[in-house]
Design a protein around this ligand. Structure first.
Ligand SMILES: N[C@@H](CCC(=O)N[C@@H](CS)C(=O)NCC(=O)O)C(=O)O
Length: 341
């Protein structure tokens, strides 16, 4: 694969499944990218095509100042600077996520995080005309490898809420025992976020490029919301600090993977949903992120399911559990998917 491979084209066949794991084990097994055109196969059953076509990352918006670390603009320098600071985020490693919490403090810091990122990632910007009455999702679900505390991953999740897209999230906390390895094998390095779009066969690093790609491909060619890219450099890292590194580090008492992915109705800036996403990340539980921002067509589905359009709402097909209270969700997740501390 090329060294400038912000975008890697991984030729999937139309029959690719969207699941990256077998249903019964924690170890990665049959991968959704497994029925590609002839190529080599790695230890996860992922087939690498013989020739990867590399597309220039800036193709989506050639004239726009790039902020993803590849250009010469002031914003790209700042982005590179923030990347250099990223390893320091480890200092905020969060501590035991399953322990007793001060919920007033949790909600206060998460609400402040919402304030600093307002208004990005709170409402759907896809017009009803564009999306009709159906969800905006492509036939095969997008796959995002990320971790909750990462400022660059945050802006991708913000864009996903704005574009009213659902996505399979494969959390990659520091100390990850599973998903980071997949990213390294697919893209060549551990860098997050990493997006796989099985519909186009494109996989890419670089949050700025991912946001532009998503808007271009699933936003009817719209430009990203004003400020979403630039603001990351100013305030994108603040939730990481305010939340004291929650959603950054793998919780060593996490248990084996359940057979089915959990589903979370969420919207990026909701303070309660953030706390739940952090826990899913620390448990390295893959889940379907059903973004239900203000004006989302998914709100209707949520009302049918839960009786209200409030997020978070968790559905666990493994146990049949469904719940909307964030404290209850946290207890449920740590009781079900972690061994006792
Ligand atoms: N320019 C990249 C920067 C991405 C980046 O630096 N991500 C950090 C996390 S904040 C990372 O992947 N660090 C490596 C690690 O966590 O192991 C982007 O915009 O996506």
């Amino acid at each position: 694969m090329s060294s400038s491979n912000n975008i890697l084209v991984l030729q999937h066949s139309a029959s690719s499944s969207s699941s990256l794991f077998s249903s019964s084990s924690r170890a990665p097994a049959r991968v959704g990218l497994s029925s590609w055109a002839a190529g080599t196969t790695n230890g996860f059953g992922i087939h690498y095509p013989r020739r990867n076509r590399v597309i220039a990352a800036k193709s989506a918006e050639p004239d726009e100042a790039r902020d993803s670390g590849g250009g010469d603009s002031p914003s790209s320098s700042l982005s590179s600077f923030l990347s250099v600071l990223c390893p320091l985020l480890k200092l905020f490693s969060g501590g035991d996520p399953s322990g007793r919490r001060n919920y007033a403090l949790e909600v206060a810091t998460s609400s402040l995080s919402t304030l600093v990122r307002f208004p990005w990632g709170s409402r759907s910007v896809v017009s009803r005309e564009t999306k009709g009455t159906d969800v905006n999702d492509p036939p095969l679900r997008l796959q995002l490898f990320e971790f909750e505390a990462c400022p660059f991953c945050r802006r991708v999740r913000e864009a996903l809420t704005e574009l009213d897209l659902s996505v399979e999230v494969y959390p990659c906390p520091k100390g990850s025992i599973r998903h980071r390895e997949i990213v390294k094998r697919l893209g060549g390095k551990e860098q997050f976020p990493f997006l796989v779009d099985p519909n186009s066969g494109i996989s890419m690093y670089e949050s700025g490029d991912i946001v532009k790609y998503l808007y271009q491909t699933y936003g009817g060619g719209m430009s990203p919301t004003a400020g979403i890219l630039e603001s990351t450099l100013l305030t994108g890292w603040m939730p990481t600090i305010l939340r004291a590194g929650r959603g950054m580090t793998f919780w060593e008492k996490a248990k084996d993977l359940p057979p089915e992915k959990l589903e979370l109705f969420s919207l990026e800036t909701n303070p309660y949903a953030r706390i739940v996403r952090e826990a899913l990340c620390e448990l390295e539980l893959p889940y379907i992120l059903q973004n239900a921002g203000e004006g989302s067509v998914r709100e209707k589905l949520l009302i049918e399911l839960s009786g209200s359009k409030q997020v978070p709402y968790l559905v666990d097909p493994n146990t049949g559990a469904q719940m909307g209270d964030y404290q209850q969700i946290l207890s449920y997740l740590f009781q079900t998917y972690a061994s006792a501390a």
